[in-house]
Design a protein around this ligand. Sequence first.
Ligand code: SOE
Length: 397
Amino acid sequence: MGTNKIRVGMVGYKFMGKAHSHAFRDIPFFFAGEAVPVMQAICGRDEQGVREAAGKMGWATWETDWRRMLERDDIDLIDIVTPNHTHAEIAIAAARAGKHVICEKPLALTVEQAKQMVEAVNEAGVVHMICHNYRFAPAVQYAKKLIDEGRLGKIYHIRATFLQDWLMDPHFPLTWRLRKEVSGSGTLGDIGAHIIDLARFLVGEFDEVVGMMETFVRHRPLGEMDIQLKGRPKSGEWGEVTVDDASAFLARFANGAMGTFEATRYSRGNRAGNRFEINGEKGSIRWDMENLNNLQVYLQDDEPGLQGFRTINCTEAEHPYGSVYWPAGHIIGYEHTFIHLLHELMEGIAKGVSPAPNFEDGLRNQIVLDAVEKSVERKAWVKISEYTVDCEQGVAR
Ligand code: SOE
């Protein structure tokens, strides 16, 4: 059987555009799968910017209007790496045009929008995925394997954080990430969504949540930020910050586990403190994105005297994706999480299935985000069962 060529059209080309473009280039290099991406077209409103990006990142053609890209019959998959307020419109239109869709997180601005997106992809019968890339770190995949094999036994706790500090200067500009109408929420949807996804992946579905959110600096000069998360003020004008600078919440899971979650842009010294610890009856695991290849594992069955957390460098051939790259111990990085995710998407398209995390996962994540916000407004626990999600195996009804 020959290899399918999946012709990709990517909308947007900044931080995530760079991560996705790099991954598309590397997939055929490292993976001999059933499908490979072809970098057919890239889209952005600024003609000079998009032309330069196309040349630099290796896209064959470029467009300045995403609608034009949907009309092209030489594109099979639309990749949405634009700010959050555009996700729903582009994804729904792409599905209706018969294109497969991958969308950056969070899926949408609201639960209602996310439901419409799930409906659109299911009605069109296209393959869909959401880009929660951290699931695809080999150490996280290995953690999932250990949990599924019952090595930790019943799970009691997850303690997850995503700590950043890029916003602490009160003169850091009011980027789109700080405007509710563009981003939906602040830390909660931007980085809280990632640890919610990791928890859903590793522990299971949420049952109820109660949270708190804070905005420490309420007015900032207008401007943007670059992909190194450095601010670029534009004019002398100031505007209002309409999202949270920090958020935290407690959770109960359907399987009885307890969770604590914290996402902040005010945690001095923490650049990307995406970490979790999971405790089960027979063992515990710890992961820290800044040491992405390592998984700390404690197993109660270990001989007394030798018990303790061991550090497993998940680069052996036995580890997920371990045999694809280098000899054991020769580590991989952040960009590889995107390579793995997009490789799974290619295989999904070849087989006609939507690999997890897909739009249904995006919707369930959006519900947790919404429930946390509701709990803050109400100053009370919010049950996930307040929301109706009628989807099963990727079919929303
Ligand atoms: C900025 O907060 C950011 O780039 C997020 O948007 C990403 O989702 C996260 O992975 C890293 O931080």
